[in-house]
Design a protein around this ligand. Structure first.
Ligand code: ATP
Ligand code: MG
Length: 319
C-alpha cells in the first residue's frame, strides 16, 4: 500500500505529560535511598510533539496535568516552543504524572510510574480536544499512553474522528516492561495495529504483536494489516524502512551516549514530520537517525530535542 495523501493541518498527539526524575547512580530499582536528578519535563507524547514543533510543523497535544509545578513546568515549556496547548486540561483535583527512571549497569532501565491515578489518567476528548482534532492532519499515538481502558477508549474515539477527516495515523508501541502487566495494554496494541498508517516499533517490538519467527515474516504480516510503512528503530544501529515495494537499512550516527530517554520519540517525530513535508524517504530516515543520535547524546528527554540545522550538521560531519 502506498503512503496516503497528506491532509493539511497539525500533527496532534494524545497522552501523558509527566516529569522524569532520574537516579544519578546506576543500579537496580528504587528500594534504597539514592540521589535523584530532576524534575525534567517529559512523557513520550510530549517529547514527540515538542520535536515536531521544533521542526517548524504546526503541532498540538491532548493531555491533562495537575495544577502544580510539575504540570506548569511542562505546559510553559511546550507553549514556549510553539506547541498548541489549548487541549491540555489543568485538573486541580489531580497531581501531574511522574516517572522515576534508573539505569542498570547493562544500560537497561527500571521505571516507577505514577500514571493511572494521575492527571494524565484523566485525559479525555473534551471540547478543546475535539477542536484540536478538527484541525489535525496527522495523529500520533504512543503505546505508553494506552495504560487504561479509559485512555484506550478515548484514543479510539480520536482515531475515528481524524480518520473520518482523512488524516493519517502513526503508532510507536514504546513498550515498557513495567506496563506489559497492565492487561489493557495488549488490547490497545492490537487495536492500534489495525489503524496506523506508519508503524514505528523498536527492535523487539516488531515481533511482539505477531506469531512470526523472522523479521521478514513479521513485516509481511504487519503490512498486511493495513500499515503503509514500517520503520524499525535499531538504537546505535540506525533504522530500517519497509513498505510494500522496498526495504531500506539506514545506519545510525556514532555519538557518546549520555541518556537514551526520548531517542525513539525524537526519531518518530522527525520521520513523520519530514515525510509530511514531502522529503524523500531516504532523507526522512537520515534526519530521523540524526535526531535520535542527538537525543541520546544529551541528558533529559526534552533536552534531547534538536533543530533541523543541528541534524543536518551531524549528517554533514559523518559524510
Ligand atoms: P526510547 O528509549 O526513546 O523508547 P526506542 O527504543 O523507541 O527509544 P531506539 O532504537 O533506542 O528507539 O532509538 C531510536 C533511534 O535513535 C535509533 O533508531 C537511532 O537512530 C537513534 N539512536 C538510539 N541510540 C543510539 C546510539 N547509541 N547512537 C546513535 N544513535 C542512536
Ligand atoms: Mg520508544
Amino acid at each position: 500500500m502506498s503512503l496516503p495523501p497528506v491532509r493539511p493541518g497539525k500533527i496532534v498527539t494524545m497522552g501523558e505529560i509527566l516529569v522524569d526524575i532520574m537516579a544519578v547512580e546506576r543500579g537496580t530499582g528504587f528500594r534504597t535511598p539514592l540521589n535523584l536528578r530532576g524534575p525534567f519535563p517529559g512523557g513520550a507524547p510530549a517529547i514527540f510533539i515538542f520535536q515536531t514543533a521544533r521542526l517548524g510543523h504546526p503541532a498540538g497535544i491532548i493531555s491533562c496535568v495537575g495544577d502544580d509545578d510539575f504540570g506548569w513546568m511542562n505546559v510553559e515549556r511546550l507553549q514556549r516552543d510553539g506547541v498548541d496547548v489549548s487541549a491540555i486540561r489543568i485538573d486541580d483535583d489531580q497531581v501531574t504524572a511522574s516517572a522515576f527512571v534508573r539505569y542498570r549497569e547493562d544500560g537497561d532501565r527500571d521505571f516507577l510510574f505514577n500514571l493511572k491515578r494521575s492527571a494524565a489518567g484523566q485525559t479525555a476528548l473534551d471540547p478543546p480536544a475535539r477542536a484540536l482534532l478538527a484541525d489535525c492532519g496527522h495523529f500520533h499515538v504512543m503505546g505508553s499512553s494506552l495504560f487504561s481502558f479509559h485512555l484506550i477508549d478515548e484514543v479510539r474515539k480520536a482515531i475515528e474522528i481524524v480518520k473520518a477527516n482523512g488524516a493519517t495515523v502513526s503508532f510507536d508501541p514504546n513498550i515498557r516492561k513495567e506496563m506489559l502487566n497492565i492487561a489493557e495494554m495488549r488490547a490497545g496494541l492490537e487495536f492500534m495495529l489495525q489503524y496506523c498508517d506508519i508503524f514505528l516499533p523498536s527492535g523487539p517490538e516488531l515481533m511482539m504483536p505477531t506469531e512470526a519467527k523472522t523479521e521478514q515474516a513479521a513485516i509481511a504480516e504487519l503490512l498486511g494489516l493495513g500499515a503503509s510503512c514500517i520503520v524499525v528503530k535499531r538504537a546505535a544501529g540506525g533504522a530500517s524502512y519497509y513498505d510494500a515495494t522496498r526495504a531500506l537499512d539506514v545506519p545510525g550516527y556514532p555519538v557518546a551516549e549520555a541518556d537514551p530517554t526520548g531517542a525513539g520519540d525524537c526519531f518518530g517525530a522527525t520521520f513523520v514530520t519530514c515525510l509530511r513535508q514531502g522529503l524523500p524517504v531516504e532523507d526522512c530516515m537520515r534526519l530521523a537517525n540524526a535526531a535520535g543520535a542527538l537525543a541520546v547524546s544529551r541528558q533529559g528527554g526534552m533536552e534531547g530535542i534538536s533543530s533541523l540545522e543541528e541534524m543536518r550538521a551531524l549528517i554533514a560531519r559523518a559524510s
